[in-house]
Design a protein around this ligand. Structure first.
Ligand code: ADP
Length: 256
């Protein structure tokens, strides 16, 4: 069966049964006259990795940006660990974000890029040094700490972006199509690496993708979106074995 073949060993371990961590209640977004997200409600449990999966334009990135604080929702409430964060500025949200484009600072070395968020928090120099070392070791890039981003491969740059997001020990990790700029082989490696880092750290993660294999193989649960609505929210097996709508069935590649 396709889901089992696509699953990493880590993904097969099962769904964390933790308490709700990130909660969206009737969240909506309107751009001018365009109602992109009419009303979205869902809960992500502590320690789980949830994918927002759907075709281009269905509202995945808009939802992630509202969670990150990069977009202000038109309606509804967002809370983390019971604390409402709906309209808090980005830097008060305790979230790490990894973008499709990596968004590294080109003039800084790898270790300066990773240290940036810690320096913004005015952390002591010795603590910054040891945290950066640990974060780079975690993504196996300690030997490239003095390089500039342009001297790294795409996969290495993405690992720096991941280290930079995790080094501040955020409560939630947000990943926006983090693998789509990588070639097929690197993408497979990074799938396993991101999933194992997420599981080792126990961090709650939200992962935006249009790639069903990525969602099915990496995440504990999947939100299938279409036109700003949730079509189905379930485990990879539920989505694959019991698609709630013909759209879900065709989107995950199962048509019977
Ligand atoms: P996805 O990430 O699923 O590809 P997006 O969340 O980027 O989808 O976009 C959802 C819809 O919202 C699309 O129709 C897009 O054109 C529209 N949209 C996104 N951002 C804006 C914006 N800043 N202004 C107007 N429309 C936008």
């Amino acid at each position: 069966m396709m889901v089992e073949r696509a699953m990493t060993p880590e993904a097969a371990l099962g769904t964390p049964e933790g308490p709700d961590h990130l909660v969206l209640s009737e969240v909506g977004m309107t751009f001018g006259t365009l109602d992109v997200i009419p009303s979205l409600s869902l809960s992500v449990r502590r320690g789980e990795m949830v994918a927002f999966l759907g075709p281009s334009g269905c509202g995945k990135t808009t939802t992630l940006r509202m969670i990150a604080g990069l977009l202000d929702p038109t309606r509804g409430r967002i809370s983390v660990g019971g604390r409402e964060i709906t309209h808090l500025p980005v830097h008060d949200r305790d979230m790490g974000m990894v973008f499709q484009s990596y968004a590294l600072f080109p003039h800084m070395t790898v270790s300066q890029n990773v240290a940036f968020g810690l320096e913004m928090r005015r952390m002591a120099k010795a603590e910054i040094r040891s945290r950066v070392e640990r974060a780079l070791a975690m993504v196996q890039l300690g030997h490239l700490a003095g390089r500039k981003p342009k001297a790294l491969s795409g996969g290495q740059q993405q690992r720096v972006a991941l280290a930079r997001a995790l080094v501040v020990e955020p409560s939630i990790l947000l990943l926006d199509e983090p693998l789509s700029n990588l070639d097929a082989k690197l993408r497979d490696e990074m799938r396993v690496q991101i999933r194992s880092l997420q599981q080792q750290s126990g961090i709650t993660a939200v992962f935006v993708t249009h790639d069903q294999v990525e969602a099915l193989s990496m995440c504990d649960r999947i939100v299938v979106m279409r036109g700003g609505h949730v079509e189905q929210f379930g485990t990879p097996n539920e989505i694959y074995e019991r698609p709630a709508t013909p759209f879900v069935a065709s989107f995950v590649g199962r048509t019977n």
